[in-house]
Design a protein around this ligand. Structure first.
Ligand code: SF4
Length: 419
């Protein structure tokens, strides 16, 4: 078996109080402040009432227009570059394979998740469409134009998948359905399958059925926080936010029943205060249910209630990334792994040669998410630099090269010893 002994740190690898993991008691969000009435609920954008015209680029020193789904959606910077509506280059990648679309409203998301750049408390300082989310800007684009462009590209489209990201808003359920229907009316789901990144708080089981009937391929739930306590602290009462752990799992169980094996999944963020054993327990649970976990490395998003906290140390992240890949795609189980008194993985439960071969493929360290057309264990949703800067990559949006692999192995602290 392979023994793990951390051997020195990469730059930026140190967690809270210099430890090599982010512990619960050191990762508390700051409390949200009250928002002035003139800024609440998108009031500034609604009172200015500027009509949108074409593409809106965030933070462009103009009044934010009043844009609303389903007519308008926001898309990731990577998707905008790939679609050719924004100039730019991404380190190590030519394009993204997933067209990530985010519902948008002047009122924004009404939840207040502590790690999220879209959270409600930010209405005091930034209009919704100008907020950074997973480290990047999200330009707003007319939905009809996106569909027309992807439909015109046909089989030549660079996208292997489209994803509708819902937010917590009273219109989000109905608008997600409208966007999905508009897409599947024009674009064959076999050419570009659709994923739903759901917002369980406003959804019922019937809504999940509707998504399936309208042609959605995969249904995902962003659980994000790996334990009920952490969920409540970062997404529930702890930050005056409406989400409930029990309801998120209710909708996830509905997705398992309605979408079936390999067609549902859950997002998890690593390093917000859970132990490695905690998060891998959820990974195993999801796999036993027939689904997959999609992992994000905690990054202190600017403007969020956790922007003063350290990013996940790379050794913690690499251990969880590797263990998750082993559980999801290599038949490994958490009960065959060993953990130390702080819940850290110390043994992956596989013979060294087998583990070395799997590490050497680099697949475990690539961005995880809904699959594209290349292989089942390779995510279409590559989210370039959504959870780290390119200078210290957490999730690789490209195949790691030799130098990347040397760095990954150092971060894993692999020892050559056997026992
Ligand atoms: S519900 Fe989603 S978009 Fe809204 S604050 Fe929470 S994580 Fe962000």
């Amino acid at each position: 078996m392979t023994c793990l002994k951390p051997e020195g740190k990469e730059p930026g690898a140190t967690g809270a109080r210099g430890r090599d993991f982010n512990a619960f008691d050191e990762m508390a969000p700051r409390a949200p402040l009250a928002t002035p009435a003139a800024k609440r609920n998108g009031a500034a954008v609604k009172s200015a009432d500027v009509r949108p015209s074409g593409i809106y680029r965030p933070n462009n020193n103009v009044q934010t227009p009043a844009m609303r789904s389903p007519d308008y959606v926001q898309m990731s910077t990577a998707a905008a570059i790939t679609l050719g509506i924004m100039a730019g280059k991404m380190y190590g990648c030519e394009c993204t394979r997933c067209l990530n679309l985010l519902l948008t409203y002047p009122e924004g998301c009404r939840a207040n998740c502590a790690y999220c750049g879209l959270a409600r408390h930010r209405e005091a300082e930034r209009d919704y469409a100008d907020r950074n989310f997973i480290r990047v800007d999200w330009p707003a684009v007319p939905m009809a134009g996106i569909i027309a462009k992807v439909a015109a590209d046909g089989d030549r489209t660079p996208f292997h998948r489209m994803c509708i990201s819902m937010i917590t808003h009273p219109n989000s359920d109905a608008d997600a359905v409208t966007v999905l229907k508009a897409w599947t009316d024009r674009i064959d789901p076999k050419t570009v399958p659709v994923s739903i990144l759901s917002n369980p708080t406003t959804m019922t089981r019937d809504d999940v059925v509707t998504m399936k009937e309208l042609g959605a391929d995969i249904f995902t739930v962003a659980i994000d926080a790996a334990t009920p306590e952490l969920f409540d602290r970062t997404r529930g009462k702890g930050v005056q936010s409406p989400h409930s752990w029990a309801h998120y799992w209710k909708i996830l169980n509905a997705a398992r029943d309605i979408f079936g094996p390999e067609k549902f999944g859950a997002h998890l963020i690593v390093g917000m205060g859970e132990t490695e054993h905690d998060v891998l327990g959820v990974v195993q649970q999801l796999r036993d249910m027939g689904g997959h976990s999609h992992m994000f490395c905690f990054f202190p998003e600017k403007g969020s209630l956790m922007d003063h906290l350290p990013a996940t140390p790379r050794d913690q992240w690499r251990r969880v990334q590797l263990a998750r890949y082993l559980i999801d795609y290599c038949g490994a189980r958490i009960d065959h792994m060993r953990f130390d008194e702080n819940g850290r993985v110390v043994d992956f439960g596989l013979p060294k040669s087998e583990l070395d071969t799997i590490i050497g493929t680099g697949m475990a360290f690539r961005t995880s998410g809904c699959p594209g057309k290349f292989r089942d264990d390779l995510s279409a949703c590559d989210r370039p630099y959504g959870d780290s800067p390119p200078s210290n990559i957490a999730s690789y949006p490209f195949q790691p090269g030799k130098a990347d692999m040397r760095k990954i192995r150092r971060q894993l602290g692999q020892s050559k010893s056997k026992h």
